[in-house]
Design a protein around this ligand. Structure first.
Ligand code: HEM
Ligand code: HEM
Length: 174
């Protein structure tokens, strides 16, 4: 077993705070009230900090360590289809695509939500439609994200959720 430190405290705090805040707004909090808006702004702030950290952070947190890659994603799909077990220490190429998708979708959710509260767009229909659609898109993405995390954990033998809690990936020796 090789233990590698991958996720720094900022990435881990970001992730689980995001799960709580997004989950609260999507599932629990009444979307009609001020609390919904404040929690929504917390989500936007978390995403903004994470984007900044993607440029100024270190190691696997940096965007340059998981660039969007068509070739890498194709190779990962082939690995999955052919049961080839190649370990990626940071984010996998498909994981990276999902992360960019989630970050962008969350910004659209936040911006469209904010527009609904402005005088200029109050009562205008399209920001609401964008908000609802972006929330649904994010929810479907999250379900896929969780399914992929479970699948990749099983496939590679590396417990990914545990790494997002403790910061270390425990990679089995082969
Ligand atoms: C994680 C972020 C967010 C999530 C998951 C979320 C989710 C939702 C959902 C599910 C609805 C109900 C849509 C429907 O009627 O079918 C809604 C409505 C709404 N959201 Fe958000 N939202 C988020 C962020 C925000 C932000 C940042 C704002 C504004 C600052 C905002 C303002 C609103 C408003 C004004 C409504 C309409 C409420 C009404 O029907 O009167 N949301 N949101
Ligand atoms: C209980 C449900 C969830 C679990 C178990 C989970 C697990 C994980 C794991 C293991 C990773 C790292 C993947 C890797 O090793 O490459 C990750 C990354 C990520 N997840 Fe989740 N996740 C959950 C829910 C969510 C939700 C609800 C969101 C967004 C609304 C989300 C957004 C992200 C993002 C943005 C990253 C990238 C982290 C970074 O580099 O900063 N996750 N998640």
């Amino acid at each position: 077993m090789t233990k590698v430190r991958v996720w720094d405290p900022l990435v881990r705090t970001f992730h689980w705070s995001l799960v709580l805040a997004f989950g609260a707004n999507a599932l629990v909090i009444d979307d009609d009230g001020k609390l919904h808006q404040w929690i929504g702004y917390v989500v936007v702030a978390l995403v903004a900090v994470r984007i900044l950290w993607g440029f100024i952070g270190r190691g696997y947190a940096r965007f340059s360590s998981f660039p969007p890659s068509v070739n890498g994603s194709r190779e990962q799909i082939i690995d999955i289809a052919t049961h080839r077990n190649r370990i990626h220490v940071g984010h996998t190429p498909l994981g990276a695509l999902m992360i960019y998708n989630l970050l962008a979708a969350l910004l659209i959710v936040g911006l469209s939500g904010h527009l609904m509260t402005t005088d200029m767009f109050w009562g205008v229909e399209w920001p609401e439609t964008v908000h609802e659609t972006a929330v649904s898109w994010t929810e479907v993405s999250v379900l896929l994200h969780i399914a992929a995390v479970i699948h990749e954990s099983r496939r590679t033998g590396v417990n990914l959720p545990r790494a997002m809690i403790g910061g270390y990936k425990e990679i089995p020796d082969r």
